[in-house]
Design a protein around this ligand. Structure first.
Ligand code: FES
Length: 108
C-alpha cells in the first residue's frame, strides 16, 4: 500500500464511513461514494467513453477533469451536455452517453 493510502479507519480527514451512491449509466447500475463526481463514478464502473464525436464517431471521455475541455459531456436525468467531471453524483442519477449526428446525416 502506498504511504498516502490510509486505511479507512485511520484516515483523520474522513472518520465516518463512506455513503454509497448508486447511479445508472446506459441502463447499467454502478455504485460510487458520496462526494464523487459523475466522472469518477462512471470511470469506476470501467466506462472510458462518455460520448462520441459527430464527425468521426470517435470516443471521448475525461481529458482535463476540470471543466475546460467538454470531452466528458453526458446526459443526466434528461438534461443534455452535462460535464460529468463538474457534477457531483447523486443517488438515482440516470446517465446516458451522448452522440449527435452531424446535420444532414454526415459523419455516421
Ligand atoms: S473532462 Fe474536461 S470538461 Fe470534463
Amino acid at each position: 500500500m502506498a504511504p498516502r493510502l490510509l486505511p479507512f479507519g485511520s484516515d483523520p480527514v474522513r472518520p465516518a464511513p463512506p455513503t454509497p451512491v448508486t447511479i445508472t449509466v446506459d441502463g447499467e447500475t454502478t455504485t460510487g461514494v458520496t462526494g464523487q463526481s459523475l466522472a469518477g463514478v462512471i470511470l469506476g464502473s470501467g466506462t472510458l467513453g462518455f460520448r462520441r464525436t459527430s464527425a468521426n464517431n470517435a470516443p471521448r471521455g475525461v481529458f482535463c477533469g476540470i471543466g475546460v475541455c467538454f470531452d466528458c459531456l453526458v446526459e443526466v436525468n434528461g438534461q443534455r451536455d452535462v460535464r460529468a467531471c463538474q457534477r457531483r453524483a447523486s443517488s438515482g442519477d440516470v446517465v446516458v452517453t451522448q452522440h449527435d449526428d452531424l446535420p444532414g446525416g454526415e459523419g455516421e
